[in-house]
Every structure is written in C-alpha cells, then in structure tokens.
Design a protein around this ligand. Sequence first.
Ligand code: NAP
Length: 546
Amino acid sequence: MTNTKQQQSGSSSEEQYDAIIIGAGMAGLYQVHTLQKAGLSVHVFETGSGVGGTWYWNRYPGCKFDSESYSYGFSFSKDVLDEWEWSEHFARQPETERYCNMIADKFDLRKNIEFNSRIKSAQFNEEQQRWEIETEQGKKASAKFLITAVGPLSAHTMPNYKGMDSFKGGSWHTARWPKESIDFTGKRVAVIGTGATGVQVIQEMAHMAEHLTVYQRNPNWCAPLNNALISKEEQKEIKAGYPKMFEKCNETHGCFIHAPDMRSVFDVSTEERDALYEKLYTDRGFGIWVGSFFDTMFDEKANESRSEFVANKIRSRVKDPALAEKLIPTDHGFGNKRVPLETNYYEAYNQDNVDLVDLRVTPIQEITPKGIKTAAGELEFDYIIYATGFDPVTGALNRIDITGKNDVKLKDKWSEGPLTYLGIQSVGFPNFFTLVGPHNAATLCNIPRCIEQNVDWVTNAINYVQAHSLKQMEPKQESETTWTAEVLEAGSQSPFMRVNSWLSGINSNVPGKQKRSFQVYAGGAPAYRGYCEAEEENNYSGFELS
Ligand code: NAP
C-alpha cells in the first residue's frame, strides 16, 4: 500500500496514489474521508475552488434543500450530528456550503483535495494495472483505484438559440452562478426554464427584480415547501431523534422521511382522500409526492384525484384564471416528474411586475443583443437567467475521456445506454467505481443517504482487494448483463418513464438525449442495498477478482 504520494522516476510530473477521486461534493468528501481512515494515499481532483459540488456551483438566489435539512446531512459522525445545528427545516445554499466546508475541515480532508483542477482524461494502463489521469491544467497522476463522484446533475446544459453570444446584458446558467452578489434592483430579468431550479429562482427574483419575465416551455406540478426556522425545542427533538429518523429513511423507497400511506386511494371516501391531500399539501416537504396513497405513484387512474386536487390549489392561488391554466400541466400526472417545491411561487404570478411567456404558443426565435425575440415580438432585458437543466446521469462522465481495457472508451461502450453492475462498476474498466452512477439507486434518493451506502460499499470492496493482495476488481459479464436487464425492467414500470424529463433520460439540449431511456435504478434504495449487501456477504462473487 502506498501511504504517501510519490513522484514516479522518469516521468517528471506524475504523482502516484492508491486512489484518485473525481469531485469534492458530498460523495467525494465522504469517500476521501473513508479512504484516508483506511490508510490509503488518496487524492481528489475538484474543478471548483471549494468543496460542496452541487452546493458550491448552484449559488443562484433561492437555492435551497427540498429534503428536510436534518435528513440530508451525513449520518456517519455522531460528533457532527451533535454539534451541527441546521437553522431551517430546508436550508439555503450558503448554509449547506458552510456545512460541506465544516466537514472538510473537521475531518482534515483538504490536504488531499486539489482545487481548480479538472480531469480531462483517464486511461487504464493494462501493463501497470493503474489508472492514469491528466487534468486540463496539464497535471498527470496515476492510481490503482479511480472513483468518480461527479454527481448525476452537474453537467449543466444551455439551449442553442441563435444569437445567444450577442446578448449585451449579463447572463448565467443557474449552475454556474457568479460568487459576487448581483444587485437586481431596478433591473429587467428573464428566466428561461421552470423545473425545480427555475421555480426556486423565479419566486425569489419576483421580489428582487423590477420586472421579471418567465419563459415557460412546459409547466411542472409544484407543491408548497412549507419551510420554517427550526426552534430550540425542535432542535432538541431532531438531535434526540436522529437514529430513529435515519432508520426510517433507510426503510423508504427513496430514503426520504415521508413514507407512503399504504391504503389505496379507491379504498377511502372522497372526504378522507381530500383530507389527506390537504394535510400533505400544508405539511413540509415531499409528503404530497411520496407520502400519499401508495397507488397515486403507480396507477394513473389513482393519480388523477391528486392531480385534480393540486390543479384546484393552483387555480385558487393564481388570480388570473387563464394564467392559472397555463401553469397547470396537462401532459402528465402529479409526481410523474420530480416535483419542484415552492414558496409563494404561484402568488408571484399575481404581482404586476411578473409576466409569463408560454413558449408552446410563442417559441423563442432568437436571443438578440438587447433581449429575447419570440413570435410575439422582442422584449428587452438587463439579465437572462438560464435554468435549463443538466445532461443527466451520464453527462458528467461523458465529459471526461475515460478509456478502459483494450482501448475501449466508456462513452462508446455506453452509446446505447449504460451497461453496469450495481451502477458502480462496468466490465472492461477494472478498479473503476462510479458513486451515484448510472443504474445506481442513489439518483432517485435523498442523495446523501445513498451516498453513504455507495461510499461504504466501495470502501469495503477496496479494503477487501487490498487485504487479499488482489490487483483488480471488475464485474463478471453475466453480472453486468443481469443487472442492466433488471434496471431496464424496473425502469419500464416507473411512472417517470411516462413523461419527458431528465429522469427518463431526456434533455432536449443534448444531441442524442431525446430518446427515452431509463438510466437509474428505480427498484428503490432498500432493494438496491440488499443486492449490494449480498455481494459483500458472498465475497464479491459477481466480480472477477484477480
Ligand atoms: P430540469 O428539471 O431539467 O428543468 C429544466 C427547465 O428548463 C424545464 O422547464 C425545461 O423545459 C426548460 N428548458 C430546457 N431547455 C430549454 C430550452 N431550450 N428552451 C426553453 N426551456 C428549456 O432542470 P432543473 O430545474 O435544474 O432541475 C434538475 C433537477 O435538479 C431537479 O429535478 C432536481 O432533482 C434537482 N434540483 C434539486 C433541488 C433541490 O433539491 N433543492 C433544486 C433544484 C434542482 P421542458 O420541461 O419543456 O423541457
């Protein structure tokens, strides 16, 4: 085992490690911690200048959790659980970025993180049995193990409207928001996109800008976040209740604190049904989505009453009836896409300074030096905000040139969709692990809950390889074939497959990503955990160990 980094003789600038991790977000932070603890020499390359990943890059106004803060934080350290106090039930981005920095400092992780450093290529050297990487900054390094912690939603995408570069005002994608504060007072602002990000930025910008124009292509079903400060009393209850809460999270499909009501919507009276919807609508968080009658998730007929309930809420909150109808989805039922959680989002449209442009009626024709031109004419802006989403799941991996055995590129191997075992390894790519990777349950999860599971599993696997003086770990072909079929089967049953969204593998801005393909495991975190545990118990019998 190499315990300190070494300079390879003959190769002037190549550093050698036991493990290289790509990314210092939540997954990368916990992975470097566990490998440091295991005594491995480990190095993280991080594109940003600080830790946090998602919570580093997405610093747009209004960015905050949609999972309860206390259910989102790490569970691995009792000290952290005792010491850290979330201020709100759903923390804002600056607080979460501070949390990530606290984790990096408390566990002395920075010494092994190299910032402002983006890995452009990674190649498996079959002779040396090592991964060799090169950064965009020209640095070379190698390691026995290569672990990606790049996030399923980190490769942001811009539309390709004519004239985008000609715009003379300021414009940003929400995932590349500048660190300097921007004064929107007296400014005319456009937001393009109404997903979970767009909704958060729109409701905030409605109060910051002099005038806000929202460019909506398809509306989303949104529900109230019902955020609040955490009182001293609640703080005590949260701390005392951590073990129970994490246990409960582990039992639910997506590791949220909300569990479905196991009654069918058809087994209760209309009054009882609406009473539950009302309660969930006014409770905090995702309850109205994942805590409702179980069949509202899977059965379109069962889902109809919930969609109608939420549609009527929107109608009651938006004063202009025609505008309300534009904000109500008609192409999918409530919850068949990721539900954006909102705070007075619908009320923003009652303000005189907020307008909606329906891109289905008047599509954008071009971005001009002064603003945005649609079939209805040109509107002038000081700022344009692109909340246009991400190249999902495989996007961040595809942006790195990853080459395995026999010079096969990961991108080519996955050109018709990912092929993996447990969403964590792929045949031909030994000792290469994808945390929160394609085919993994972690993307459909309250992510840090699944990150901890993924990281613990990878750490145990690496410890096993090291303890048995093995050189390589790689899935057996039949394991990959069976798992890929299992992922596709689970995906075909998923309600998310019914509609176009990043969850069904679609991003209209990415060539080749207009075809529906399920890229994540939809069988739920408990089932996924079971498969992973079985592998560990069977000494990784689904893998070639050499
Ligand atoms: P998204 O859900 O993919 O939404 C992108 C939006 O941009 C959609 O409204 C899309 O319209 C629109 N759009 C894309 N390209 C466009 C174009 N060329 N012209 C006009 N409109 C265009 O992306 P997101 O809102 O960034 O959210 C992605 C995911 O990130 C969420 O589902 C969630 O998982 C995560 N997220 C989490 C949080 C949180 O936990 N607090 C907050 C924000 C995001 P169409 O619908 O018509 O394609």
